[in-house]
Design a protein. Structure first.
Length: 275
């Protein structure tokens, strides 16, 4: 492992560990960073998906009590009581994950094929456009009155799971679209983000497995740098999740999406003109 590979792995881990908890696209921003340091765009998308495993471990550790409750409820699960209070979260995670796969897997194939045809500058600008779309969705959700719901339903599971599937596209925020969907469904912000992050665990594991399978191994990274990046993202993610969850409740992240999107569009367009 060269010094450059080590530094890129550490940088990727830090970026993933911090931005995963924000309603801006961790995959899009990490893909952007990796592309700017010379990674092929198609490989950057695959790496960004793979490195979500680190923050998945962070989320699983942070929500370990919730996960334990879900696991204890599974033996008594019955279809007739699937969305009763004791089983609703477990059913929500399973059903939503199914719809994430139904939407996300075809989009993943499309995304990898598409970005492999783009130059670096065009790819960066495309991420910028998608970040602006995320900002518009986030701004729209801010106008919705909160109804204080806490227990998910079948409709919530389908809508949130399908929305999460679209987040496999670089630039679309997974936490942004899922939390916004839950806000539209009258959940208050803390509950929306808790349900969003719980759903991220199986989704991230599935995305990483899909990436490794389609790439025939680790996507464009050696085992040691991959371990370093995963370790850094896991540690940074665990250290920042609580503080960043509080920030998420107060800061209008639509503004952040617009700023990052505009920067990426202008910068990507400049790169495309220079290449």
């Amino acid at each position: 492992m060269t010094t450059t590979e080590l530094l890129v792995a550490i940088l990727a881990g830090i970026v993933q560990g911090v931005v995963e908890w924000l309603p801006v696209s961790s995959q899009g921003n990490l893909s952007l960073v990796l592309t700017l340091v010379g990674t092929d765009p198609a490989v950057a998308v695959q790496l960004a998906l793979f490195l979500q495993l680190g923050t998945t471990l962070s989320a699983a550790t942070y929500y370990r009590a919730e996960i334990a409750t879900i696991l204890r409820a599974i033996p008594g699960w019955r279809p007739a009581t699937a969305y009763d209070a004791d089983h609703a979260i477990a059913t929500y995670v399973v059903v939503a994950s199914l719809f994430t796969g139904l939407v996300g897997i075809p989009l993943y194939v499309l995304a990898v094929d598409l970005v492999s045809e783009l130059t670096g500058g065009v790819f960066v600008a495309a991420i910028g456009v998608l970040l602006v779309v995320t900002g518009l969705l986030q701004r729209a959700s801010d106008t919705v009155s909160m109804g204080g719901r806490e227990t998910p339903s079948l409709v919530d599971s389908v809508l949130v799971g399908a929305a999460q599937g679209f987040a496999i596209l670089p630039g679309i925020s997974r936490s942004g679209v899922t939390a916004s969907t839950l806000l539209f469904r009258s959940y208050d912000p803390p509950t929306a983000f808790r349900l969003s992050f719980l759903l991220s665990i199986p989704a991230s594991v599935g995305a990483a497995a899909l990436t490794v399978t389609s790439a025939g191994g680790l996507p464009g990274i050696a085992p040691v740098p991959a371990a370093v990046a995963l370790g850094v993202s896991g540690v940074v993610g665990y250290l920042t999740i609580d503080a960043l969850m509080r920030v998420v409740e107060r800061v209008p992240f639509a503004t952040v999406c617009f700023a990052l999107g505009a920067l990426a569009i202008v910068g990507g367009g400049g790169i495309a003109l220079l290449v």
